[in-house]
Design a protein around this ligand. Structure first.
Ligand code: NAD
Ligand code: MG
Length: 393
């Protein structure tokens, strides 16, 4: 039986993964090694029981008694905290879903690669913060990384059987998020509730707000650069409000291969689960005649400064991705807490990058994970200061 683990099992991608695993036979078809979650211990315990997991891990120490009580007598081991999450990732498994949100997904993903597993990577922050380390670790341990972000799965699929030297451009589509059609002058006062109203995709709250600010697309541009190894100038972003074309690859002969489908993460997750085969998946079928038209337009960089910042981060490379992501996470925390305006998030990230490039060598390549984690830590401190300055001034 195939051994699987799901990190971030109780989240949006985690739930979709769990759904596909159940449909494919659940505990009869897979041996579940580890499932991890956060504060939703009731859901984590249900999943662990249904899949007869070896271990269930909550990220929070104070949630351990509750998780232990729910799984008492089941034979399922329980643990809590970041070190326990990392330990769970070092348990050998064939297929590991990395669906923790934020930089917290980096260490468990790295641990899983060291076991030689196939890592289904939804946690784009891993590639943004430590792309080169991740790829070299995978290569050293014979592990495979399969992208799960819908755009990157689309690109991966468009590239099957192709030579990278034939690629001219990669075109990432973006829905534009909840505030896409708002007048520019209203954006500064957008609320959390407004930013959460995504038109097409049902996702976790953080990535949904990041879609409205386009920080999500900025992360994805960097993810593309790192995972596919193309130059920054080869990456384009195009606004596609319908979210039907998930991304495109343009080749030197003028041909463009696009990947289309209903906006349902169970497609890219299922593709990664069944790869290199394709199996039937429970996603809605496209009816292009009923859709009638698909539309595209160029993004406005004044509306979405995050896209401009992604270009700057790629130009510096090195530890800039770790700094960018950490600053973005702090700015997003502050926006969610009502302490920072919607457009001020990009300002905080920009201030943080400027400050860090003056005081550190942002362009230095990470020699190991410690460098990435140290930059992540420092950038969080500087971003909090930048946010305080903006909020105060
Ligand atoms: P989510 O918020 O719905 O779920 C996050 C999961 O991570 C939960 O299980 C939560 O308990 C866990 N978690 C949160 N903080 C943690 C921490 N510090 N340590 C350990 N576990 C922690 O998020 P999501 O929308 O499922 O997104 C997960 C990842 O997948 C993100 O990196 C996101 O960018 C990426 N992604 C999501 C989608 C989507 O459709 N939701 C699409 C593409 C990529
Ligand atoms: Mg995406």
């Amino acid at each position: 039986m195939r051994r699987i683990s799901i990190f971030g099992a109780t989240g949006s991608v985690g739930e979709s993964t769990y759904d596909l695993i159940l449909r494919a036979g659940g505990a009869e078809a897979f041996q579940t090694v580890a499932l991890t979650g956060g504060r939703n211990t009731a859901r984590l315990a249900d999943m662990a029981l249904a899949l007869r997991a070896e271990v269930a891990v909550t990220a929070h120490d104070d949630c351990l008694p509750d998780l232990a009580a729910r799984l008492a007598g089941s034979g399922i081991a329980v643990a809590a905290g970041p070190a326990a999450v990392a330990e769970a990732a070092s348990r050998p498994a064939d297929w590991v879903m990395s669906a923790i949100v934020g930089a917290a997904g980096l260490v468990p993903g790295m641990q899983a690669l060291k076991t030689g597993a196939t890592l289904a990577l939804a946690n784009k922050e891993s590639l943004v913060t430590a792309g080169q380390l991740l790829l070299s670790t995978a290569a050293r341990h014979g592990a495979t990384i399969l992208p799960v972000d819908s755009e990157h799965s689309a690109i991966f699929q468009a590239l099957i059987g192709e030579d990278m030297s034939a690629v001219e451009r990669i075109i990432l589509t973006a829905s534009g998020g909840a505030l896409r059609d708002w007048p520019m002058e209203r954006l500064a006062s957008a609320t959390v509730t407004e930013a959460l109203a995504h038109p097409n995709w049902a996702m976790g709250p953080r990535i949904t707000i990041d879609s409205a600010s386009m920080f999500n697309k900025a992360l994805e541009v960097i993810e593309t650069r790192e995972f596919f190894g193309v130059a920054p100038a080869q990456i384009e972003v195009i606004i596609h409000p319908e979210s039907i074309v998930h991304s495109m690859v343009a080749f030197h002969d003028g041909g463009v291969i696009a990947h289309l489908g209903a906006p349902d993460m169970r497609h890219p997750i299922g593709f990664a689960l069944n790869w290199p085969a394709r199996a039937a998946l429970p996603v809605a079928r496209l009816d292009l005649a009923r859709l009638g038209s698909l539309t595209f337009r160029a993004p406005d960089l004044r509306r979405w400064p995050a896209l401009r910042l992604a270009g700057e981060v790629m130009a510096v490379r090195g530890l800039a991705g770790a700094a960018f992501n950490a600053a973005k996470e702090i700015a997003l925390d502050r926006f969610i807490a009502g302490q920072l305006g919607f457009m001020a998030m990009a300002g905080v990230v920009e201030d943080t990058l400027a400050r860090l490039s003056a005081e550190t060598r942002l362009g230095n390549a990470a020699s190991g994970l410690e460098d990435v984690l140290a930059m992540d830590h420092l950038a969080r401190i500087r971003a909090a200061e930048a946010a305080d300055n903006r909020a105060g001034g």
